[in-house]
Design a protein around this ligand. Structure first.
Ligand SMILES: Cc1cc2nc3c(=O)[nH]c(=O)nc-3n(C[C@H](O)[C@H](O)[C@H](O)COP(=O)(O)OP(=O)(O)OC[C@H]3O[C@@H](n4cnc5c(N)ncnc54)[C@H](O)[C@@H]3O)c2cc1C
Length: 259
């Protein structure tokens, strides 16, 4: 059965950048512009045997850009990512016409500091937020700290862009941290998982609960660990927002697995 074109549209791959063996960035041009807020996600899919296989993907680009950008991780044995991985520029995929999600910068709290924490592709919504803020001029009275974890430094697809935005900027700090430095001997930056260095940076940078909202995005285990650390640091529940990218296999109940 053909996809319902009231709900789905085609989006052409305009460019692709492989940043590692299982990580890649694509830029897409949908038939009609997708309205979204920085931090939201699009639902992308491919048709297989008359069925749409679709998943959520945070949008990296700013709404101010003409194209949409995504940062993918290949999940071996996954239903969709191996199919997305085979797509080349000039080919197209399906995209829902509506962007979704509530993982946007919380401007209602009155907090002046925003601590953005990510593992690998979990940086995607933050790239959109930071690009949008940068394009609108240096935001007054706002401080954004992005703590980004990966196993090795080549997984930081946006490092150059984010470091250059941070340089000389009074409002944006970017801290990449590598958890397997022994596999990346040239790395001279921070080491450890994001959750291992989270407390150190909240203390060092004065990211105190009364003035700070924290955002956690990506790996479910990082999110669980970081929530505990922030709770012990005095962050109330409502000041910690999360975007969990997947449910760990072990946590899926046997009943659900047979569905
Ligand atoms: C709001 C939201 C935004 C997202 N944004 C992104 C994004 O920007 N980039 C991105 O790459 N993914 C993102 N994801 C994850 C994405 O939706 C898919 O879950 C992921 O791409 C795997 O799809 P799949 O069909 O290949 O694997 P599936 O067939 O869905 O999963 C197979 C198994 O792998 C596990 N799994 C899924 N993803 C991973 C992973 N990354 N590492 C290890 N195990 C995993 C699942 O628990 C599952 O048991 C996002 C998810 C959500 C909910």
């Amino acid at each position: 059965m053909a996809p319902d074109t009231r709900k789905f549209q085609r989006a052409e791959i305009v460019s692709r950048n492989d940043v590692g063996p299982d990580l890649w960035v694509v830029r897409l041009r949908p038939e009609t512009r997708l309205a979204f807020k920085p931090g939201q996600y699009a639902t992308l899919g491919v048709e297989h045997n008359g069925r749409m296989i679709e998943r959520a993907y945070s949008i990296c680009s700013s709404p101010l850009e003409d194209e949409l950008e995504f940062f993918f991780e290949l999940v071996p044995g996954g239903e969709l990512t191996p199919r997305l991985y085979r797509l080349r520029p000039g080919e197209a995929l399906w995209m829902r016409r509506q962007a979704k999600g509530l993982f946007t910068l919380d401007t209602r709290s009155g907090h002046t500091q925003h601590l953005l924490v990510a593992t690998v592709t979990g940086v995607a919504p933050y790239v959109s937020m930071v690009r949008t803020l940068a394009a609108s001029g240096s935001p007054a009275n706002l401080r954004i700290v992005l703590l980004h974890g990966a196993s090795r430094s080549w997984e930081f697809a946006y490092r150059e862009e984010l470091e250059s935005l941070a340089q000389g900027s009074g409002w944006f700090h970017y801290i990449p941290t590598v958890s397997r430095p022994w596999e990346d001997p040239a790395w001279r930056g921070e080491v450890g998982r994001v959750e291992d260095v989270l407390r150190k940076y909240t203390d060092r940078l004065g990211l105190d609960p009364p003035s700070t909202t924290a955002y956690l995005c990506g790996h479910p285990q990082m999110i669980e660990a970081a929530k505990g650390i922030l709770k012990r640091r005095g962050f109330p529940k409502e000041s910690v927002r999360e975007e969990v990218y997947w449910i760990p296999r072990k946590a899926v109940s046997p009943a659900k697995q047979t569905l």
